[in-house]
Ligand binder design. Structure first.
Ligand SMILES: O=C(O)CCC(=O)C(=O)O
Ligand SMILES: [Mn+2]
Length: 209
């Protein structure tokens, strides 16, 4: 029987396991309390050195549809789709979020990718976080603040499995298990008419840094 979110109101450690057949996601729907979320969102919006990165596609430079910031321990360099990310130093706010995430999950992370979706026109296309720097079977913790957005997952190899969808609530944490990036792709689609911002932090571990 699925536990009731209402019964567990206010308990940050309350979690639900989503079974994706060959991978799992553990969701902590209220990892951060609503009053904390508002403050955190404002501090992150104002104090993060947001960057507009771009990709080269078919000889054309295309701005990624969101702002980003890569934070981490010194040496935790990261890259995807031709973008090289050199870590900004940890901010106090992100370190405090990391501490809480580590306590809830029992995992340790040495870096984080911050994404700022200014409105519903910002998005992330289908991908898996399976870059070599993350090592085999990476575990990734994803935290959301601000506008609730749908998160979609699609199996990489099996078309007999249905796509999976999770609502990314304000203050929620998803712990993406060790086979998820090997087996599934994920995306954050655009949402028509949405004007509210959202910030996502994915805590990761860069190997051999
Ligand atoms: O914003 C999100 O929830 C997902 C972000 C993401 O998939 C990524 O940064 O790799
Ligand atoms: Mn991702």
């Amino acid at each position: 029987m699925q536990a009731n979110l209402f019964d567990e109101k206010g308990n940050p450690a309350f979690s639900i396991e989503h079974d994706l057949i060959d991978a799992t996601i553990r969701e902590f729907p209220q990892a951060f309390a609503p009053h904390q979320c508002e403050k955190i969102l404002n501090v992150l919006l104002q104090d993060t050195p947001w960057q507009q990165d771009s990709l080269w596609i078919a000889g054309k430079q295309i701005a990624v549809p969101r702002l980003q910031c890569w934070m981490g321990d010194r040496g935790s360099h990261y890259g995807y789709s031709g973008i090289r990310l050199v870590p900004a130093p940890w901010s106090e706010e992100v370190l405090a979020i990391r501490e809480h995430v580590q306590q809830l999950t029992g995992k340790v992370f040495n870096s984080a990718l911050l994404n700022y979706y200014r409105n519903g026109q910002d998005s992330v296309a289908w991908h898996a976080d399976d870059e070599a720097e993350l090592g085999p079977c990476p575990i990734i913790a994803s935290v959301s603040f601000g506008a609730e957005r749908p998160f979609q997952l699609r199996h990489k190899f099996r078309n007999d499995l249905q796509n999976f969808k999770i609502r990314l609530r304000n203050g929620s944490l998803l712990l993406m298990g060790n086979t998820l990036q090997d087996k599934w792709l994920h995306q954050l689609p655009k949402v028509k008419g949405l004007t509210e911002p959202r910030i996502n932090l994915t805590f990761r571990t860069i190997r051999d840094s």
